[in-house]
Design a protein around this ligand. Sequence first.
Ligand SMILES: NC(=O)c1ccc[n+]([C@@H]2O[C@H](COP(=O)([O-])OP(=O)(O)OC[C@H]3O[C@@H](n4cnc5c(N)ncnc54)[C@H](O)[C@@H]3O)[C@@H](O)[C@H]2O)c1
Length: 339
Amino acid sequence: MDKGVKKLRVGIVGCGRISVMHLESIRSFSDVELICCCDVKKERADAVSEKYGCKAYYDYEEMFKAEKLDAVHILLPHYLHAKVSICAFLHGINVLSEKPMDVDYESAALAVRKAKENGVLYGVVFQCRFNNSARLVKSAVESGKLGKVLSASSVLTWARPDSYYLESDWKGTWDKEGGGVIIDQAIHSIDLVRWIIDSDVESVSVSMANRGHSIVKVEDSAEGLITFKNGARYGFYCMNNFATDEPIEIKLVCENGKAVMSYDDAYIYYNDGKKEEAHQDENPHIDGGKDYWGFQHVREIRQFYDAILCKEPLKISGEEALKTHALIMELYDKGGMKK
Ligand SMILES: NC(=O)c1ccc[n+]([C@@H]2O[C@H](COP(=O)([O-])OP(=O)(O)OC[C@H]3O[C@@H](n4cnc5c(N)ncnc54)[C@H](O)[C@@H]3O)[C@@H](O)[C@H]2O)c1
């Protein structure tokens, strides 16, 4: 960055588990400065303040009022995402919110509207779209090389033991998390497939249950069929009662070939015998980061800042993320467990 050019002033709200991915990404950019952090749990905000050399706040509105921020990262329990994002928009601050947009459709749609009214950017984290594997398959479909997607499938088998829910004061609750394995874990694979197929949803058929977590009421397993207006049929299965966090498996059967994605590897087998593949770059080790989340937070966060700096349009805007959010909400509407 040129000498004398002002750095972007940024803050984070929520200093929990995911914050390390955002903090380390911010730290790696020379044109962005972490000014402040906020958490209602004082010790968490203080720890980030000390480690990253920024000011600690315990009330996000006070932070938005006091600091002239260019952007804030929202890393909160799901039910607070739209509310706190809207508060930031009203202070003229660009927002990058962790997934999901919220626990219902209306709050998410309102946030999209409020960002627009206040002339600020609203980005939503779906970092898996920045994986090399996802990029390869998306471009092979978008360019027409693979032809139309006929069918897709995704399988997620992860481990969220009782201790995961016991340690949290919001996970595993309908009002604060908004669901279980779909809204928290499978949302990434469902988003990837929906984004690659890129067509409106025609119909949704789903069944969900809590089969192995007696301490919470939300679903820990689900399977369903989503059909799209362009004719593509997508079957998914997810459960978070597995022994380990296995790589997500995604398959796409297309007119001109098949794509198989696992973790950050993708293989495309064209009907004419040609083959293409993509793999993960060297794993950037981040203490506290989890490789099965995907390590592309840094790419999405960089893209968000490039959009603020008017270098390119925002890739995963609120409007774009709302398409996946609407689908996730429809799965819960049809699933019959959410009251
Ligand atoms: N993109 C991914 O792959 C990925 C992975 C993990 C988590 N996440 C998302 O990140 C978000 C946070 O998840 P987490 O696991 O870090 O949760 P967490 O519970 O560890 O952290 C949330 C933090 O928010 C704080 N908080 C709650 N209410 C607050 C308020 N009013 N003001 C300020 N702080 C408040 C809590 O004290 C806590 O420290 C969720 O949306 C989650 O789905 C995304």
